[in-house]
Design a protein around this ligand. Sequence first.
Ligand code: MG
Length: 164
Amino acid sequence: MLNKKVQGAINEQIKNELYSGYLYLSMSAYFEANNLPGFARWMRLQAEEEQEHALKFFDFVNDRGGRVMLQTIDQPPVEFESPRAIFEQTLEHEQKVTHLIHQLYELALEENDYPSQVMLQWFIDEQVEEEKNATEIVETLRMVGDKGQALVMLDRQLGRRGAD
Ligand code: MG
């Protein structure tokens, strides 16, 4: 049986993951509107991954006889400054999510909730990956700039996400 404190924190995290998905989908819409289909595709797949993260927590709560309680999801920003600003924002957001996952893990430790600890280890690894991916793109954009030909090349590269 899932304890109420952990259940409450996981329900909160379901909302956070769905918000991440909402944020990335909004970024995808921005890229679509700015003729960057590769960036748009990358962000759309990122949004789908966040949806999967939310469902992983959703299933875990149900599997343990808990109760999922969905919460209000904030509206994400609609306008963004530039592709580089978007990826800087993405990295910052993922760092925040990492912190939230670590806090959840600390709670699972305090509550001696071993199944939650094991489940959260997957998310701890996942966050290392998320931060790494965002950092790489931020660094590329800082290096080559986010205009003209360099941007078109990067758009092509990111558009191949999920194709190989
Ligand atoms: Mg996530």
